[in-house]
Design a protein around this ligand. Structure first.
Ligand code: ATP
Ligand code: MG
Length: 239
């Protein structure tokens, strides 16, 4: 079995009086795509934001490569090798495509490495190369998602956190984005993928966790979850 990259232990995160995470534990092993699925408000985004340091947990551990990173500031967590592709993309609309990608690499000083990573990003996303001088805000939703993914990869992460990459995109663009995710994983990146599109996420993932109101209620091989009657009824729209 591959070594564990990320391990959450009894993680609690609050928004003031609201307990959004009520003690979640999960792990992601090297090379995996792990899907985190669940209804609106289950706490999926909160989980990713807590891992990436956008939110501080009230309690619990976040072990990354056997080090507890819970509560570290976000830029230190990026430096340790975790990049977050947030819900709603959050690209910088008034910066150019190229500047957006530069922001992803802001922690790195080496110019040559930067240029070669930029070239690799443009090779993976030719549309971003074409549009490199255009403002981020003028891109289509799918292109913005590619930019958000490209920007996250510019930090050379070991672990990629992706929050609803398919949200609001046309079906044909959704399949393209999922293809890109599969390819990124095939080339060696470990991915924790949050999706409301549970069928697509579980079809792509190796394993999955199901969240309900701040707790993990199920976890299994992705194939098994796709066949699980409870999952099928609640999350795959089957009676
Ligand atoms: N900034 C906030 N302030 C207060 N409560 C919040 C805030 N953000 C989220 N919450 C609450 O925390 C809970 C978890 O929200 P979260 O956004 O993590 O869910 P989610 O699973 O990502 O949902 P969605 O599928 O809609 O993206 C919800 O009850 C939500 O209302
Ligand atoms: Mg969310």
């Amino acid at each position: 079995m591959k070594p564990t990259l990320l391990k959450l232990k009894d993680l609690h995160t609050d928004y003031g009086p609201i307990e959004a995470l009520k003690g979640i534990s999960l792990e992601v092993r090297e090379g995996e795509i792990v899907a985190l699925i669940g209804a609106n408000g289950a706490g999926k985004s909160t989980a990713l934001m807590t891992i990436s340091g956008a939110l501080a947990p009230r309690h619990g551990r976040i072990e990354f490569l056997n080090e507890n990173i819970a509560g570290l500031p976000a830029h230190e967590i990026v430096g340790k090798g975790i990049s977050h592709v947030p819900e709603g993309r959050r690209i910088f609309p008034r910066l150019t495509v190229r500047e957006n990608l530069e922001m992803g690499a802001f922690l790195r000083r080496d110019r040559r490495e930067f240029e070669s990573d930029l070239a690799a990003t443009f090779e993976r996303f030719p549309i971003l190369k074409e549009r490199q001088a255009q403002l981020g805000g003028t891109l289509s939703g799918g292109e913005q998602q590619m930019l958000a993914i490209g920007r996250a990869l510019m930090a050379r992460p070991k672990l990629l956190l992706m929050d609803e990459p398919s949200l609001g995109l046309a079906p044909i663009v959704v399949s393209k984005i999922f293809e890109i995710i599969r390819e990124i994983n095939r080339l060696g990146k470990t991915i924790l993928l949050v999706e409301q599109n549970a069928r697509a996420a579980l079809s792509l993932a190796h394993r999955g966790y199901v969240m309900e109101t701040g707790r993990i209620i199920m976890d299994d091989e992705a194939k098994a979850l796709l066949l699980n009657p409870r999952v099928r009824e609640a999350y795959l729209g089957e009676a």
